[in-house]
Design a protein around this ligand. Structure first.
Ligand code: GLV
Ligand code: MN
Ligand code: MN
Ligand code: MN
Length: 415
């Protein structure tokens, strides 16, 4: 009864207004005033503020809130039990990320619960909203840490030992943030509670713009991985060292970047060097070392493997030409994900037919899909830009997303 009173009050406001209000409460957290982008890396003060925001949203709705042993946050409508219908996404961001990647799915989950309560829907199964911990891997280098730990796809000792750029381990970062890393790891009890998982996410491309629809459903996630490429040369004076005497690691690195572009183009793949560290990083010194991280993706596993083999060979050729050593090591790998076809068909029927699209972006839903029936809804992004402050979705499309998600949750929880 108390819950109904709370939501009756809330529902006097239109969905647009409630979306705007909830969105605004979140909008200031971890925002860089200069760039307008978000810096919400895992276990930073911004992340802790986001966790408090989540607990507050749960409390406003009288949903029981918990942080599981892997740092994932859960808000429950109904008693936590096996077979629940779970929705949500993540709250962390890449460095200078957009507002929507992650938070849109969490906010939409809470607002979809409000919609169902306002309609007096009585779910036969519990419904939960989840915020997975450290989806982007922006701080410790491995993406989807919370969902991978939960499902057992990431070894807890490896996770605890991951280091950020200052050399701080994930375990220590958790401790400093008041969380206990001792219990990280596969959580069969938490996993058994997920009967099905539906993640709503801003589209990171323009397929929905081209099909002129606000909402679509995911078919697949491209396989993708991260590789660390280390080029080691010799530091020396920029003014006195003759060109033929240099062992400059920037040269093979530059050749490798260009080779990666050509190989990716020919393979129908994508390759990105978005993070580079040059040591010692002084204008008047030939560098001793370049560390660069390759992000490689393609529609199928074999194409990514060929791409990375080709890039590695190009790096080694360029390395020996310039007298530097080259080492390429894999840091993470996510195989292709084909989402549950039955669940996708059911969602398509509930929504009256929506575009179906694959994505090149990684998601917690991709991790969960290996263990439970999983689906994703995408909300149109007018420019397709993501992982950038320019990421956007219109207010109308966001509310269309909430309505679609509510319809899907109702179908899954009531039938
Ligand atoms: C995360 O968004 C990724 O796809 O890298
Ligand atoms: Mn992302
Ligand atoms: Mn995301
Ligand atoms: Mn992601």
């Amino acid at each position: 009864r108390a819950v109904l009173t709370v939501c009756d009050g809330a529902m006097e406001e239109s969905l647009d207004r409630r979306f705007a209000r909830t969105w605004t409460a979140l909008g200031g957290i971890g925002r860089d005033r200069t760039t307008g982008g978000y810096r919400r890396a895992a276990w930073t003060p911004a992340d802790l503020e986001l966790r408090t925001w989540f607990a507050d949203q749960a409390a406003q709705r009288e949903m029981a809130c918990e942080q599981d042993r892997n740092g994932n946050l859960w808000a429950w409508w109904g008693t936590p039990a096996a077979g629940a219908v779970v929705t949500g996404s993540h709250l962390d961001s890449v460095p200078d990320g957009g507002a929507y990647d992650g938070p849109l799915g969490v906010v939409s989950g809470f607002l979809a619960v409000d919609e169902l309560r306002a309609r007096r829907v009585e779910p036969a199964r519990p419904i939960a909203v989840v915020a997975f911990s450290d989806e982007e891997g922006a701080r410790f280098g491995v993406a989807c840490v919370g969902s991978r730990l939960l499902t057992g796809a990431l070894d807890p000792d490896r996770a605890r030992g991951l280091r950020d750029r200052d050399g701080l381990t994930l375990a220590e970062a958790m401790r400093r943030a008041g969380a206990d890393p001792a219990d990280l790891g596969r959580d069969d009890e938490a996993l058994a509670r997920i009967g099905s998982f539906v993640e709503l996410h801003v589209e990171q491309g323009q397929a929905l713009v081209h099909s002129a629809e606000p909402v679509g459903v995911a078919t697949a996630i491209w396989p993708h991985g991260r590789w660390r490429c280390s080029f080691e040369g010799e530091a020396n004076h920029a003014g006195t060292t003759r060109l033929q005497d240099r062992r400059d690691p920037v040269l093979p690195f530059a050749s490798t970047v260009l080779a990666a572009r050509g190989l990716a183009e020919r393979a129908g793949a994508v390759a990105t060097f978005g993070r580079v560290e040059v040591s010692p990083n002084g204008t008047n010194a030939i560098p001793s070392r370049v560390e660069a991280w390759l992000d490689g993706r393609a529609p199928d596993d074999a194409t990514v493997a060929d791409l990375v083999a080709g890039i590695t060979a190009a790096a080694e050729r360029a390395g020996s030409l310039h007298g530097t050593t080259v080492r390429v090591t894999q840091e993470s790998w996510s195989p292709v994900v084909d989402f549950d076809a039955r669940l996708r068909d059911r969602i398509d029927a509930v929504l009256g037919g929506v575009p179906a699209l694959p994505t090149g972006a990684g998601h917690d839903a991709g991790v969960l899909a290996a263990r439970v029936p999983t689906a994703m809804l995408f909300v149109r992004n007018p420019t397709g830009v993501s992982h950038s402050p320019a990421e956007h979705a219109t207010a109308d499309d966001c509310t269309a997303g909430v309505r679609a998600l509510a319809a899907v949750l109702e179908d899954l929880a009531c039938r």
